[in-house]
Design a protein around this ligand. Structure first.
Ligand SMILES: [Zn+2]
Length: 249
């Protein structure tokens, strides 16, 4: 391939980890799954070929056993709870939120309890008791109550805060352009972000690096990035792709 340019910084950084006899920890979270679609098949094909474990954040209110039946054929896919219905309760001038302060805490928590029960019923052992708040946002006051509702882990975007009342397994590199700009994110920018996270972990490896994708809205550029990322990293002695289950056990 002659489009190596954007990937050279990643190669250099992974070489550094390899030379130090260390392995960076990566994990993959993909959001918004409800049903089996061509794009979901595309994702399962890409992760399966590269043997990259996947955590699929599923929207409980709208999914059914068709997805569970399909995922039963996969052995490296876990399911997490993506809110309840992914509805936005924020007003037009606020950032979108399902789990915000717009409704009573008891209402939100009972939806989340339902969501966990629904996905556990559908997916059994494949379900990891992880809450992935829609839009990566949750009212901080709800977090201390999540354990009581059966959740063991919270996953949002960005570096984790210290002293959280629940275990946290976050994502740090968002492959899809979610900030409202037009077009896809450049591969050079995405690689630079990933390299920045790797450099920080080289100094202090305090949390695995989470890659975040949204298969339903991927275009050619996003798929190419993911395929190439897997080519560059899967089997590399300086990095390991881990399942959420392994990272939490
Ligand atoms: Zn979502």
């Amino acid at each position: 391939m002659n489009d190596d340019g954007p990937w050279m910084p990643l190669r250099a950084e992974l070489k550094r980890w390899e030379s130090a006899g260390r392995r960076a920890r990566l994990w993959l979270r993909d959001d918004d799954a409800v049903e089996v679609t061509d794009t979901l098949e595309r994702l399962l094909d890409a992760t399966g070929r590269a043997s990259v474990p996947l955590t699929l954040a599923v929207i409980p209110a709208f999914t059914d056993d068709a997805l569970a039946t399909r995922l039963a054929r996969e052995n490296q896919v876990l399911v997490a709870v993506h809110g309840w219905s992914h509805a936005n309760y924020a007003s037009a001038n606020e950032k979108k939120q399902e789990l915000g302060r717009h409704r009573p805490a008891q209402v939100v928590l009972s939806e989340l309890r339902n969501g966990l029960a629904t996905l556990r019923h559908l997916h059994g052992q494949r379900l990891v008791p992880m809450l992935v708040p829609p839009w990566n946002r949750i009212n901080e006051d709800l977090v201390p109550w999540l354990g009581q509702e059966g959740f063991e882990v919270l996953s949002v975007f960005g570096r984790s805060k210290e002293n959280s009342s629940i275990r946290v397994l976050n994502t740090h590199v968002d492959v899809v352009n979610a900030r409202g700009q037009r077009g896809s994110r450049s591969h050079g920018d995405l690689v630079a972000e990933l390299v920045g996270e790797l450099q920080a972990r080289f100094v202090k490896d305090d949390e695995p690096i989470g890659i975040l994708t949204h298969h339903l809205v991927h275009g050619t550029s996003e798929w190419r990035f993911l395929d190439r990322l897997f080519d560059e990293t899967a089997g590399h002695p300086g990095v390991t792709w881990s399942s959420a289950h392994d990272l939490l056990s």
